[in-house]
Structures are given as structure tokens and as C-alpha cells.
Ligand binder design. Structure first.
Ligand code: GRF
Length: 266
């Protein structure tokens, strides 16, 4: 009997990637079972898609939490196991969000930790092997990532990004690709690390952009490839074929380039 991996999915919107994953798990194209779908947005259509398939859902409304933090003391709300100093150091080392001052940085990480602790509480109800971000539009901080990736050598949070990384990280990958005048666009699935769309790349797919294309046709072309790419990457994960390995290259000028990459075992 094939062991099915348990997949948790986080979404913020329509959930067409989620639908592709649900369909593939039902038709046994992937050895996976979706065990929960969570959202930061109560109006996300993807929640309905999950409910139609009897998959448990939850919402942790980021906006409600943000409002609460403006009327109550952050100290009362942050989770007991949250260490602000560690988070700030991790930001300096990897994430490097450009905060204009320390107070803003502190506020950001405290608010995120409150939100992420609520997410983790909801997720604790359904044990999972892999967490898939499928159009989840919130960056996750080290507080959350470290609590999911309990074995740092085996990351288990995947994200899909609508561009060929490392080009065009951020929220509008297809828009940025199109406006830049690229002749090729694409999508990327990667493991999540502390940075914004910087984690080790698992898979990519590309498509041509011609003079007839508009921003909408570029999005359509990309999304169709996303549905295929996510399934391929989940399949590799389910088969235990993904390894993250550190690489070091010495460049011609003597500088060292270090990067963790994903090897796909045959
Ligand atoms: C996708 O384009 C994904 O790459 C991006 O958000 C979009 C989500 O689409 N992060 P959907 O909600 O899966 O339809």
C-alpha cells in the first residue's frame, strides 16, 4: 500500500492551485491527501472549494489581528515562546526587510508572531507532512518557519511564485515580467526560507511571451503551468526524492558564492 503524504494548504484567494492539488489527490495522480486548508482572508474562494470536498478549513483573519494590536498592548498578545531579539537578528542575517526604524521592525515581527501563533494553533489540529502555500499572500517570519521546519535539513514548506526566480520576487511576478518586456515568463516552486521568494528552487516552467500577449494572457499562460508544476513538485516530495544540499563555488575574482540547492534523486 502506497503511503500518502498529508498536505496542509494555505491560501488567500481563488485557490485554482489548491483545486489542481485536490483533483490530483482524488484521481491519485499524486500520493497525497489534503488534510486542511487555511486562509488569512475570510472571503477567499478557495475555502469554498475545500468545503465542497469535505476538507476541514480555518481562517485566521490578519486584518482582525492587526486591529487588535492597535488597541491592546503587544506584550499581552505575543506568544510566550516568541523571542523578538532572535527574530530581529534573523532578519538582519537573511530576510533583510528594509525597515525605516527599529520600532517599525519590532511592531512588524510582534504582529506577525501573534498572527502566526494563531495559524500554528489551527494547524495543530491536523498533522501534516508538507505545507503548501498556494497563493498565500503573507510573508512568513522565522517564528513560523522554524516551528514547521523542525528538522532544518528537511524543509517542508513549499511556495509557488509567478515568475522565474530569482527574477521578479514580490507580489506581482507576472505583471513585473510583462511590464519589463520579457520574452519569456514562468513560474517557480521553491522551499520557503527566511527571505522573500529566496528559498531553494525545486522546479520551474517557462512560456513564451509574444507581441499579442497582454497582462491577462500572460497570467493565464502562467497559471496553467503552475497547476502542472505544483503537482510535479509534490510528487517528488511524496516520493522522498528532494534533498537540499549546500554548494560553494569560488568565482574568478576569488569571492565565494554559497547557495543551498535542491537535488532531485533519480
Ligand atoms: C498564483 O499566480 C500564485 O503564483 C500566486 O498567487 C496566485 C494564486 O492563484 N502566488 P490561485 O489562488 O491558486 O488561483
Amino acid at each position: 500500500m502506497v503511503h500518502k503524504i498529508r498536505v496542509g494548504v494555505l491560501i488567500s484567494g481563488g485557490g485554482s492551485n489548491l483545486q489542481a492539488i485536490i483533483d490530483a489527490s482524488k484521481s491519485k495522480e499524486i500520493d497525497a491527501r489534503v488534510v486542511f486548508v487555511g486562509s488569512d482572508n475570510p472571503d477567499a474562494y478557495g475555502l469554498k472549494r475545500a468545503q465542497q470536498h469535505g476538507i476541514p478549513t480555518f481562517v485566521v483573519d490578519y486584518q482582525t489581528i492587526k486591529k487588535e494590536t492597535s488597541v491592546r498592548s503587544l506584550e499581552d498578545l505575543v506568544p510566550k515562546d516568541f523571542e523578538l531579539q532572535t527574530c530581529l537578528q534573523q532578519n538582519d542575517q537573511g530576510l533583510s526587510l528594509p525597515f525605516s526604524d527599529r520600532i517599525k521592525a519590532e511592531r512588524y515581527f510582534c504582529t506577525r508572531a501573534i498572527f502566526e501563533a494563531a495559524l500554528l494553533r489551527e494547524m495543530a489540529a491536523g498533522p501534516f507532512d508538507l505545507l503548501v502555500l498556494a497563493g498565500f499572500m503573507r510573508m512568513l517570519t522565522p517564528y513560523f518557519i522554524d516551528r514547521v521546519n523542525t528538522d532544518p535539513s528537511q524543509p517542508r514548506i513549499m511556495n509557488i511564485h509567478p515568475a522565474l526566480l530569482p527574477s521578479f520576487p514580490g507580489v506581482d511576478g507576472y505583471g513585473d515580467t510583462y511590464r519589463y518586456g520579457c520574452k519569456v515568463g514562468g513560474c517557480t516552486v521553491h522551499f520557503v526560507d527566511y527571505g522573500e521568494d529566496t528559498g531553494p528552487i525545486i522546479g520551474q516552467k517557462a512560456f513564451e511571451i509574444t507581441h499579442d500577449d497582454t497582462i491577462d494572457t500572460v497570467r493565464d499562460k502562467g497559471l496553467k503551468l503552475e497547476w502542472q508544476l505544483y503537482l510535479e513538485c509534490i510528487r517528488f516530495f511524496a516520493a522522498g526524492r528532494l534533498r537540499v544540499v549546500p554548494r560553494t563555488y569560488t568565482l574568478e575574482n576569488g569571492a565565494e558564492f554559497r547557495r543551498k540547492i535542491v537535488e532531485i534523486a533519480t
